[in-house]
Design a protein around this ligand. Sequence first.
Ligand SMILES: [Zn+2]
Length: 236
Amino acid sequence: MTEALYLEASDRREFEATVERVAGDRVVLDRTCFYPTGGGQPHDTGALVAGGDRWSVVEVEKKDTIYHTLDGEPPATGTAVAGELDWERRHAHMRYHTAQHLLSALLLEEYGAETTGNQLYADRSRIDCAHDRFGEADLADVEARLNELVDAALPVDWYVMDREAAEAELDPERTRLDLLPASITEVRIVEIGDYDRTACAGTHVASTEEIGEVTVTGRETKGANEERLTFTLEGT
Ligand SMILES: [Zn+2]
């Protein structure tokens, strides 16, 4: 199983690894900083380098382990490689992902609206929640409140917790631990100041001030009691 360096050191953008397996145009490494698509967050891109050779990492997927799809004939099993992330893309994902946590917490806290889905990109994000309908004033309030939370520079921390302890201690509406397969015995908790605590395996910034100014760009109805909100972040 590949060691997922991005879980601990989400701010790391370079690493060294060894090719453990080649499968067509994909490689499995012993360790990686490349985030695989999951939880509404797209995969990282970047490069693997060995000697004078360089491959672009065009897709990263997690199945039984993490697979990196390369743009050419992959290096052989046993090759030592250096990995480099496209940091601009990853950092944007971290900012959008952390903003999504704040927004999910805010929607639950202030509207009783539980998040039902989310998808983020490097330049925009959307979130679906169980709510009848947001008005213009609601959108302005959500935006203002989000920016207060950003300006408060709340620390973002993550750690691994035993599932049983997490189930006993954490708010089930936020953590949704019941959705995880029974085989998962440890959960990764992401905490934003004392405002939010949820189970998540994505990558996040270390302080909410890194998110930058939030603009709520719109809303649409996705069905009965289901609203979608869209937002963008400064400089993306
Ligand atoms: Zn997250």
